[in-house]
Design a protein around this ligand. Structure first.
Ligand code: CMP
Length: 141
């Protein structure tokens, strides 16, 4: 088990003014924010980040949405961070997310589901490395 995971507060949540409320959920759930930044992902970045989904029916919609406006990327630290963050955000489809989870409370659809979370320790390391330099992380450890 690793103590790191990667999160995105997605464009729908940022546009809706929910960035602060979701950041507060992160702190309340006792994650340490190692690094965070507001970015406007390029289409190429979104395509690279979600490369594992290339060819799936929702890939174009997903990458266009993720590059449509600002999002916040975060490197989070906590014991068992990947599973802890997935519990905090709830199911990918907000209609299936448990009450009290971030997606239940802030998301509107499976495509615009407010937040992202890594699905494994290996992907967490890759995803953090996709958006953050070593220096950006180490300075906060
Ligand atoms: P995320 O956790 O960021 O990882 C992949 C994303 O693809 C997922 O959240 C959803 O937003 C999106 N996604 C997964 N399945 C579908 C689907 N069936 N239709 C549209 N988007 C999807």
């Amino acid at each position: 088990m690793s103590n790191l995971t990667f999160a995105i507060i997605k464009p729908d949540a940022v546009k809706n003014g929910d960035t602060g409320k979701i950041y507060d959920r992160i702190i309340s759930a006792e994650f340490k924010v190692l690094s965070a930044k507001l970015i406007n992902m390029t289409l190429a970045q979104a395509q690279g980040f979600y490369g594992v989904h290339a060819g799936k029916p929702f890939y174009d919609e997903l990458t266009e949405f993720m590059s449509s406006s600002q999002s916040m990327v975060l490197a989070l630290e906590k014991d068992n961070a990947v599973s802890a963050w997935r519990e905090t955000i709830g199911a990918t489809n907000p209609k299936e997310a448990d009450a009290g989870t971030i997606r239940h409370d802030f998301a509107t659809s499976i495509g615009e589901n407010a937040v992202h979370g890594s699905d494994s320790d290996e992907n967490a390391r890759k995803e953090i490395g996709f958006f953050f330099s070593e220096a950006e992380l180490i300075s906060n450890q």
